[in-house]
Write a protein that binds this ligand. Structure first.
Ligand code: SF4
Length: 75
């Protein structure tokens, strides 16, 4: 079955989103709406917040639909 993972990148980070896995609780949009936007396409703006804030929010995704890869290793 096709997983249909969406990918959003800038120089520092790549965020992947798997809609099939998302439980739609909306936690990401509620807690970091500058990045995870409800009514704008593309819905993820990787430049909407500082890198560490995005990483922290991705880690809170309860379903695992959001994942991120840091392009440069952070301390
Ligand atoms: S936090 Fe994760 S599960 Fe919740 S809406 Fe965002 S992507 Fe979906």
């Amino acid at each position: 079955m096709e997983t249909n993972v969406n990918q959003y990148s800038n120089r520092d980070i790549t965020i992947t989103y798997e809609p099939r896995v998302c439980t739609n609780a909306g936690r990401c949009a509620k807690e970091l709406s500058d990045v995870f936007r409800n009514s704008v396409i593309p819905w993820i703006d990787v430049d909407g917040a500082p890198l560490q804030k995005i990483v922290n929010q991705v880690k809170k995704c309860p379903s695992g639909a959001l994942k991120c890869i840091i392009n440069e290793k952070l301390a």
